[in-house]
Design a protein around this ligand. Structure first.
Ligand SMILES: [Zn+2]
Ligand SMILES: [Zn+2]
Length: 228
């Protein structure tokens, strides 16, 4: 046992068991997404790529997620505190079964494989109160897997409500509209993988893709750890 573990013992965020943030028992309760679907029509699609007929002007070109956002994962994610954030998010990425990463590694085979990983940014006030951006931690993990760099070209200029608190799609759309801006002209002609922790309605990712593409980005796909 390491000294660090003695000083700051790890307790499972799912069940309280000593030794890990996600104990082996709770790891078994993580539920993997078995079928990737098109973000727009919800029908099956290889690697979650948006069907040619479903593509939108300035839309998201594909989405892959690893886990369903089930009760266990909700509990784990909601109890992540500032001091533990980096460790817990890394552990959540590390417990992913290797073969479940294949579909993400497959992105390297696409003809737009020279992409950049762009985490969904937090508004500065949110970043200050929370102390970390979980999307950035997740992006760093996948940056190693995909051997592609993390960029910070997007800024969250509008402080938005939690999308989950809003009842209908129209409110969610209005909430997110104009939420982001690009910080540099360098996005022009580049391809991106947007990274976030959880996708629920998709309106955050759609707005971010719209912002990048309006600034000249070429292809924009998305990657989230969980899907609601
Ligand atoms: Zn547990
Ligand atoms: Zn479709």
């Amino acid at each position: 046992m390491f000294l660090k573990d003695l000083l700051f013992p790890k307790f499972c965020l799912g069940c309280g068991f000593l030794g890990a943030y996600i104990c082996s028992n709770c790891q078994k309760k993580l539920s993997y997404i078995s079928k990737d679907v098109c973000l727009y029509c919800g029908k099956a699609s290889l690697w979650g790529l948006t069907h040619p007929g479903c593509r939108r002007n300035h839309g998201v070109d594909g989405l892959v997620s690893i886990f369903y956002y089930n009760n266990l994962l909700k509990k784990v994610i909601k109890s992540i505190k500032y001091r533990l954030a980096l460790d817990v998010w890394e552990e959540l990425c590390l417990v992913i079964e290797p073969d479940k990463l294949n579909k993400i590694a497959a992105y390297k085979k696409l003809n737009f494989a020279k992409f950049f990983l762009q985490p969904i940014p937090l508004h500065t006030s949110r970043l200050r109160s929370r102390g970390f951006n979980q999307a950035k931690i997740i992006a760093s993990f996948f940056s190693q897997l995909l051997q592609r760099p993390v960029t910070e070209y997007l800024l969250r200029k509008k402080s938005t409500f939690s999308q989950a608190q809003l009842k209908n799609n129209k409110d969610r759309y209005i909430n997110m509209r104009g939420a982001f801006e690009v910080l540099t002209r360098e996005v022009d002609d580049k391809n991106f993988i947007l990274v976030d922790d959880v996708i629920t309605t998709g309106s955050t990712l759609k707005e971010a893709a719209w912002t990048l593409k309006r600034a000249g980005a070429s292809r924009v796909v998305a990657l989230t750890l969980a899907k609601g």
